[in-house]
Design a protein around this ligand. Sequence first.
Ligand code: CAA
Length: 270
Amino acid sequence: MSDRSYLSNSYKNILVSETENPGALSTVLITINRPDAMNALNIELMGEVAAVLTAADKDDKAGCSVITGSDKAFAAGADIKEMADADSVQIYIREMFASWDVIRLVKKPVIAAVSGYALGGGCELAMLCDMIVASESAKFGQPEVNLGVIPGAGGTQRLTRAVGKARAMEIILTGRMVTSAEMYEAGLVAKVSADDKYLEDALAIAKSICGKPSIAVRLAKESILKAFDTTVEAGIEFERKNFYFLFSTEDKKEGMQAFVEKRKPGWKHR
Ligand code: CAA
């Protein structure tokens, strides 16, 4: 039995709930909840998000997580007030990105449901997720240059890989806000939804993923992420080994047998 106490909502900066998907695994919904600070991401908050995602990874009933904020702000960045007085040594010793590194290694899919501001660390958290569903009025940006710094949670790398060098240069060097329509066209955003439907649409994608065999989903995620840090040849080798590995799962037998027998598969997630 998995430990499900992480769903108990004992957090200071986030709300956690489970959305049950009948006949499928559940979705874990994490809502960033610092309304007085535009959902700025302090170290404690990121620790809570990392703890929930890590626990969801170990929860047999959870298939996918969604991170959202409020209609006004997904997150307006790392907490500037927490960083304002720090010097280089203090910020280095503080290891403010430790939880970000934990989230990077989460195995089950994570979807960002973005509305309002996704700036600085907020944009970087959305990019750390596996896909972004954004409301029509969402605003993305990496405004760190206006504070005398640069993106520190992967923005220069992930934005560049998603939208290309020219556009990443223009966005990061000017620090301007970017609409969800532009980010969709540039390839950063998977889906743009009406302002009152972005969360519903993200949950619908999560539900669809929760209905798939989870080992295949996890290895598909791992293989896609490999594309970001290896050669095509090494990535294809990695993909092929995962493909071969899946042939020893019960779900592979069930999936192919169900197709042949023209029936719906019953997944065991093994
Ligand atoms: N950190 C800490 N507090 C923040 C914050 C942040 N990133 N963003 C907003 N807040 C706080 C404001 O200080 C304000 O608090 P008070 O009421 O106590 O004054 C409250 O949230 C509401 O914000 P505003 O009054 O500024 O709201 P607005 O509607 O006028 O403007 C905004 C909204 C355009 C998002 C503006 O708040 C803003 O520009 N925020 C900062 C954006 C930013 O620079 N982000 C990058 C942070 S650095 C970073 O993220 C580094 C990294 O790569 C990891």
